[in-house]
Ligand binder design. Structure first.
Ligand code: SF4
Length: 125
């Protein structure tokens, strides 16, 4: 029989920031309390079963004043994919000029998300 655990989660779906408590036993969710709406319950279940995050990083740039440009995923991705995403990003080298919002990698690490630039990198003269 698995150990019963209590997880405390702050819901980030809206500014109210409800404190949600999830009781689990192994993979099974026994109880969820503290949420004020169904979106919070859904968020808590996702945080326990398959947490997702927006990933932010930088990639190398050639021919710019800046050696790197900041990037992020265009939607939250499974946390377990983050090491593979960072590995794929380490192999990218862009050529300036680069506009903001440029898609750098499509479907990074099979996550379903694209990597986009979050600032421009002008060409150096
Ligand atoms: S549970 Fe609902 S009301 Fe509470 S923070 Fe989450 S989204 Fe907002």
């Amino acid at each position: 029989m698995s150990e019963i655990k209590r997880h405390k989660i702050t819901c980030i779906v809206c500014p109210l920031g409800c404190e949600i408590e999830v009781k689990t036993e192994g993979d099974k969710i026994l109880e969820i309390k503290g949420y004020k709406c169904p979106r919070g319950k859904e968020y808590a279940i996702q945080e326990i079963t398959a947490p997702k995050r927006i990933v932010m990083s930088v990639v190398n740039v050639k021919g710019s004043y800046f050696p790197t440009v900041s990037v992020k995923t265009n939607k939250p991705v499974l946390k377990k994919l983050i090491p593979q995403i960072m590995k794929e990003l380490s192999q990218v080298e862009l050529e300036a000029p680069i506009p903001i919002g440029k898609v750098v990698l499509k479907n990074v690490a099979g996550s379903g998300a694209d990597i986009v630039t979050t600032r421009p990198a002008p060409r150096s003269r």
